[in-house]
Design a protein around this ligand. Structure first.
Ligand SMILES: Cc1cc2nc3c(=O)[nH]c(=O)nc-3n(C[C@H](O)[C@H](O)[C@H](O)COP(=O)(O)OP(=O)(O)OC[C@H]3O[C@@H](n4cnc5c(N)ncnc54)[C@H](O)[C@@H]3O)c2cc1C
Length: 487
């Protein structure tokens, strides 16, 4: 049983159900369209990010606190078959080798094989790229490539940023076009790639509108789930793939989490695992807007070019990260007709760690999220460095540099604090690690420590948010988990 039909859950269910001897049931909290055409236009249309807005019915819109100042904010998550891949920017960027090599018990070669298996890369030949997988991967070209993109890529080169023409090529960080999971302007979400083409498989069940409330146990073994509607469904193995907020929430509601927090809200403690919901990381980001007049093809993706940088190359006082700890992403399309274009500036390897704490034993009440962004001086300096670099990039592109990017530290810090947002890339809320590490929740086979029959397969398990967006990595986790479950 797979709880959550999101990016990782769909990839896992699609792969596992290739074996007719194995029955797979996906329980998804949101709706489960049965054909790609049944998704609303704004979810299909890669040029739209409308479902990422607060209040969209296919978005959980979790409340969070980004910094220690009490400003209310929201973080988006998809609530539909396909999960966050159905509402996201469709940037399909692999994690770096340095990211993966830090995961206890995992190795790059296995991960690379899982990425390759999932992909159908239309631009780059093998062997490090897949061409038979279900996920189309394309970079903007021809009429889908904005003139602005070419201009910004050249400007980055003029500033000394190395070329990284294949962002999924395991090369040092630099400037390059963004690969996207898109086909003819359609955001190909994980359900479209892995599940909908196989709805006729007799061993694959998909139930939408079926939020799970808790995991059921028989002694020390997970034996099924109870839905919010009170239905009890048995399973030989339970796989949580509900995403990096809901999976640790379900563990905690089921008595697996920090014992003191569970007792506080009256949840009986099954297993004291302090790492559940704690120590996660995410990418803090700000959008630097600028005016630019260029019509864009309706099927073009918004985020067209990415620059990944080692912060120490901008400010020698910052710690070096040769794998690239800063990102500038060019959004060549305005968010609203006639609006500004943007450079999204993000810290990809922040020191800050977040927490998600149970507020109630009632599964309908979301945990209290706190990101603790920019709590440390180093993260603040990283953010200043990336915003100033983005300003220089605009200047070098012949575009007016926004005032904020030229401001002295205190003024820039105030601008960043007001503009701060989250990339919604949360990872590490039920991290891989050895059983002896209190911060770890799952072992390298993604089995929850201390119980049987229970795994977590989503970005919760990635110990630290990767240096590139995690969408491709979520799919890879589903692919890799299928190997692990079959073994
Ligand atoms: C607006 C937005 C834009 C983004 N853009 C990018 C991008 O361009 N590139 C990139 O790399 N990353 C991007 N990301 C991040 C990336 O999409 C996610 O990290 C990734 O998709 C997460 O995959 P997942 O499988 O862990 O969880 P999800 O894909 O979120 O799947 C979790 C699923 O579980 C379901 N669920 C939750 N609770 C329950 C429950 N109790 N019972 C049953 N089902 C449940 C949810 O409805 C959802 O379908 C973006 C994220 C967002 C939200």
């Amino acid at each position: 049983m797979v709880v959550g039909g999101g990016s990782a859950g769909c990839a896992l269910a699609g792969r596992l159900s290739e074996d007719p001897g194995r029955r797979v049931l996906v329980l998804e909290a949101g709706p489960a369209p049965s054909r790609p055409a049944d998704y609303p236009d704004e979810l299909r249309d890669v040029s739209s990010l409308a479902a990422a807005d607060d209040g969209h019915p296919y978005n959980w819109s979790f409340a969070t606190q980004l910094t220690d100042a009490p400003r209310r904010a929201r973080t988006a998550r998809g609530r539909v078959l396909g999960g966050s891949s159905a509402i996201n920017g469709a940037n399909h960027l692999r994690a770096t080798r340095a990211d993966v090599e830090a995961w206890h018990g995992w190795c790059w070669d296995d991960v690379l094989a899982a990425y390759v298996r999932g992909e159908d890369d239309h631009d780059v030949p093998g062997p490090g790229h897949g061409h038979e997988g279900p996920v189309p991967v394309e970079r903007p070209a021809g009429e889908l490539l904005a003139g602005l993109t070419t201009r910004v890529v050249r400007a980055a080169a003029a500033l000394g940023v190395p070329a990284e023409p294949d962002k999924n090529g395991d090369a040092p960080p630099g400037v390059g076009l963004v690969p996207a999971n898109v086909s003819r302007g359609v955001r190909v979400n994980a359900a479209m790639a892995y599940v909908l083409p196989h709805r006729d498989r007799r061993n694959l069940g998909v139930r939408g509108d079926s939020p799970v409330a808790r995991i059921l146990f028989d002694g020390g073994r997970a034996c099924g789930v109870e839905t919010l509607a009170g239905e009890r469904i048995e399973a030989g193995e339970v796989v949580l793939a509900a995403g990096a907020i809901a999976s640790p929430h379900l563990l905690a509601l089921s008595g697996i989490g920090p014992a003191d927090e569970l007792r506080e809200v009256g949840v009986p403690v099954r297993l004291d695992r302090p790492g559940v919901g704690h120590g996660w990381s995410d990418h803090p980001s700000v959008f630097l807007g600028f005016a630019y007049d260029e019509p864009l093809h309706p099927e073009a993706v918004s985020a067209q070019a990415a620059i990944h940088l080692d912060a120490a190359t901008l400010d020698p006082d910052l710690p070096a990260d040769p794998a690239g700890d800063l990102e500038v992403l060019l959004f060549a399309r305005p968010f609203a007709p006639g609006g500004a274009r943007h450079l999204m500036c993000a810290v990809q390897r922040p020191d800050s760690r977040g927490d998600a704490v149970l507020r109630s034993a009632d599964p309908r009440e979301a945990p209290r999220l706190r990101h603790h962004y920019l709590a440390g001086a180093t993260d603040r300096a990283r953010m200043r460095a990336v915003v100033r670099f983005a300003g220089d990039l605009l200047g070098s592109s012949g575009i007016a540099i926004p005032t904020a990017a030229r401001a002295p530290d205190a003024e820039l810090d105030a601008w960043i604090a007001a503009a701060l947002s989250t990339s919604s890339h949360l990872c590490g809320s039920a991290a891989i690690g050895p059983a002896t590490d209190p911060a770890a929740v799952v072992d390298p086979q993604l089995r929850v420590h201390g119980v049987q029959g229970l795994r977590v397969v989503d970005t919760s398990v990635i110990p630290t948010v990767p240096r590139r967006g995690p969408a491709a990595t979520a799919l890879m986790l589903g692919e890799r988990a299928a190997d692990l479950l079959r073994a």
